[in-house]
Design a protein. Structure first.
Ligand SMILES: [Zn+2]
Length: 287
């Protein structure tokens, strides 16, 4: 490929993913593995099925069963789940320490959700919890917000996941367990939902999480808010894809998703216009 073509391709990948190896930040918009609702017994791959159905945190999956991977909720009800990832890689911590960025906590997003009384689910990394305990306490204290697990340091659970450093195979279970332990003291509405960094997972990664009784949440609406250059493409990405049952992926990482708070009111207005009610993931996935 000519160099110009290479540059274009590289740029396209970065734009799609929203992170690079050096920044290695938010959950990129990979088209995720579709959640298996059900499949014929003869051909059903057991990997995506678990005992819990789509019942959310109220009836957690049986520990030991392979985690169920959920991409969206029921399409029959006009409800959607707004989810916000709180990534925190080692590279992001370094940038904070060097003073290159001011904050990876988007308080404007939080204030807007609070003021408008919008339910939301936050996928928090252990390292974000360590950086922003005060902010996380505030999230946990809100009865409309749920907490979920987004790994400890936002490292990849598969090879070739947008340049993210990789969690060693024998450390995967421990990483997710450690994150649950880091989040637990904050109280509030804790769940057993887990989102893989970069949405990257394979059979081995799912198998590693089997003892933990988690439900893996991907999502069907990727906002593309990381590294967006204005609110416009973020709003467009969400409103063009959102529909009943959708799980919308956004970020609360101010420094690398700085237009999320600007996009959110426009997204909420469009949801309202279409009669799509934001609910927590547990509510979306409850029968
Ligand atoms: Zn992420």
């Amino acid at each position: 490929m000519p160099i110009f073509g290479r540059l274009l391709a590289f740029g396209a990948v970065l734009a799609l993913v929203g992170c690079s190896a050096s920044e290695a930040a938010p959950s990129p918009p990979t088209p995720a593995t579709p959640a298996k609702q059900s499949a014929p017994a003869s051909s059903a791959p057991p990997v995506l099925e678990s005992a819990d159905g789509r019942t959310g945190s109220s009836t957690p999956p049986r520990p030991g069963a392979l985690p169920r991977v959920v991409n969206h909720g029921p399409r029959t009800q006009k409800r959607v789940a707004l989810t916000f990832d709180a990534d925190m890689t080692d590279a992001m911590i370094d940038r904070l320490r060097r003073g290159e960025v001011a904050s990876y906590a988007n308080m404007a997003v939080l204030q807007l959700l609070e003021k408008r009384r919008i339910p939301a689910t936050f996928f928090v990394t252990g390292q974000w919890a360590e950086q922003y305990p005060r902010e996380l306490r505030r999230i946990a204290a809100n009865p409309r917000f749920e907490l979920a697990n987004h790994s400890y340091e936002h490292a990849a659970f598969t090879g070739d996941c947008y340049g993210l450093p990789r969690v060693p195979a024998d450390q995967m279970t421990r990483d997710v367990e450690k994150t649950f332990r880091a989040l637990a003291p904050f109280g509030g509405r804790q769940t057993r939902y887990f989102r893989f960094p970069g949405l990257c997972h394979d059979k081995a990664a799912l198998r590693a999480l089997a003892p933990l009784g988690v439900t893996v949440i991907d999502g069907d609406v990727v906002s593309g808010d990381p590294f967006a250059r204005s609110a416009t493409p973020v709003v467009a990405a969400v409103v063009s894809k959102v529909r009943p049952g959708s799980i919308v992926i956004m970020h609360v990482t101010e420094a690398n998703a700085q237009y999320t708070d600007e996009a959110l009111p426009l997204i909420l207005a469009e949801l309202e216009r279409r009669g799509l009610e934001p609910v927590t993931l547990s509510e979306l996935l409850s029968p």
